[in-house]
Design a protein around this ligand. Structure first.
Ligand SMILES: Nc1ncnc2c1ncn2[C@@H]1O[C@H](COP(=O)(O)OP(=O)(O)OP(=O)(O)O)[C@@H](O)[C@H]1O
Ligand SMILES: [Mg+2]
Length: 449
């Protein structure tokens, strides 16, 4: 059952219970009032009869006076007087005031609580009976109770409608939010939610829009990285193919040619030429081995030769190309303690950091520090004194700017963090990569040690 229907069913049930409670309270008060009124009327009637009987003793025609006494009750609203003779037969009775409207039977049964009639002995064995009749009082309380119940019912219906309207409005924003959540992450994206309704719902809509923007940005970034990865893979394959083709292909061809020549030479009986051809094959194979080693060297991770060597090679690579820049390298780490992934990440951070500084910063000095920063962590700090980040960089989101993103992803994959801040004296740029869990697990270290 939808939430709105459930809420409204609950509200209706509460209103109906309140209405029923109100009705019961009204009926209880009405019954009390009828009882009080009838008892009061009966006591007044009894006084009237007793006073009448006292005066009767001096009257000439007592029967006529008795009838007159009964007649004084004509038109009474609550009590009927009846004159019984000595045998108990009715000889006279007063007429009650007739109520204006007919009270429904169920209301009479609900309220009517009969009060016993009163019998007062008179002269000659006759007696006067006072019989309470609730019809007139019921008529009055019915009118009041009905009006009060009507007001309560109108109030309940209006409250129900108002609550339904308010709940409907609040839920409309919630429905928009829930269908937006259902479609988030779909390829076709979604339109931003309009912050509407209660303040809590407005905050939810704003937070949802922010989350979905971040999701879209992350998805776009992922796509760019994937595309770049594919491009890099394609480039690597093409380079590998080029190298195999250019370096190995001619040598293989040369070996094949020399082998065929050797065959021909051997068949023609010029055996003395064979060693020269064999040497040529030997030289070609040695050359091929060198090329294959080079290719394999390029395919291995850059840190495979050792972290210290790899970092020194990266620094001296740039130093050779830019002798005017002063490089300071400080590496105080125990390489054997580090995870392979951590070593590769450190190399990649230094590689991209140096390449960025040389490409974008025009520096005169670059400091590279790699050190342990807690029991298990490593900190890599690259500082240059170049131009620093320009406002253009802050606003740019070009598809080619993937160096820092890729670096941050690598560092985050190792549960670390990357910060890019202005450099020393607010000049240049400082890049800090923290890898809190760079060390091998304890057991691994012990088994190695
Ligand atoms: N050391 C630095 N000094 C000044 N600006 C820098 C430095 N490093 C990065 N930047 C700025 O940050 C931008 C983003 O760097 P990032 O490495 O992500 O991309 P890129 O170097 O432009 O391209 P690529 O994807 O090829 O690395 C650079 O374009 C440059 O504007
Ligand atoms: Mg870069």
């Amino acid at each position: 059952m939808p939430l709105r229907a459930r809420l409204m069913a609950l509200v209706c049930a509460i209103l109906l219970v309140s209405l029923a409670g109100g009705g019961a309270l009204i009926a209880w008060h009405a019954a009390g009032r009828v009882q009080t009124e009838l008892r009061a009327a009966l006591s007044v009637g009894a006084n009237t009869v007793e006073n009448g009987l006292k005066e009767l003793r001096t009257a000439d025609d007592r029967i006529v006076e008795l009838r007159r006494l009964i007649a004084t009750f004509d038109g009474n609203r609550h009590v009927r007087a009846i004159l019984l003779d000595a045998t108990g037969s009715t000889t006279a009775r007063s007429d009650l005031f007739v109520p204006a409207q007919k009270v429904p039977g169920w209301f009479v049964r609900l309220i009517g609580n009969p009060i016993p009639r009163l019998q007062i002995p008179a002269e000659f064995g006759a007696s006067i009976v006072l019989e309470p009749d609730p019809a007139n009082e019921l008529d009055e309380v019915w009118e009041q109770s009905r009006d009060t119940m009507l007001v309560l019912a109108v109030f309940a219906v209006l409250s129900g409608l108002l609550i339904s309207f308010v709940v409907g409005r609040a839920l409309r924003s919630l429905e928009a939010l829930s269908s937006a959540f259902a479609t988030i992450g779909n390829d076709d994206g979604h339109r931003p939610l309009l912050p509407r309704g209660a303040p809590e719902l407005k905050r939810l809509a704003v937070a949802f829009n922010r989350m979905s923007e971040r999701l879209a940005a992350a998805a776009a970034q992922n796509q760019r990285l994937n595309e770049r990865l594919l491009t890099l893979q394609a480039e690597e394959r093409a380079e590998l193919a080029r190298n195999l083709h250019d370096d190995i292909g001619p040598l293989l061809f040369a070996v094949e040619m020399t082998a065929a020549t050797m065959e021909r030479v051997a068949a023609s009986g010029h055996v003395g030429e064979i060693p020269a051809h064999a040497r040529a094959i030997h030289d070609a194979v040695a050359l091929m081995q060198r090329h294959v080693r080079d290719i394999l060297g390029r395919l291995r991770p850059i840190s495979a030769a050792g972290l210290h060597d790899a970092i020194e090679r990266l620094v001296s690579f740039w130093q050779r190309r830019r002798p005017d820049v002063r490089f300071n390298l400080s590496m105080a780490i125990e390489e054997d303690l580090l995870e392979e992934d951590a070593k590769e990440t450190i190399c990649r951070v230094v590689q991209e950091g140096l390449s960025n500084a040389m490409r974008h910063a025009a520096p005169t000095r670059i400091d590279v520090t790699i050190e342990h920063d807690n029991a298990d962590g490593v900190r890599v700090v690259l500082t240059d004194d170049g131009i620093g980040l320009t406002p253009a960089h802050a606003n740019s989101r070009g598809p080619t700017r993937l160096g820092l993103i890729g670096m941050r992803e690598r560092v985050m994959a190792m549960a670390g963090s990357l910060s890019v801040t202005p450099g020393r004296d607010a000049k240049g740029l400082t890049l800090i990569a923290s890898l809190p869990r760079a060390n091998r697990a304890q057991e691994e270290q012990e088994s190695l040690g």
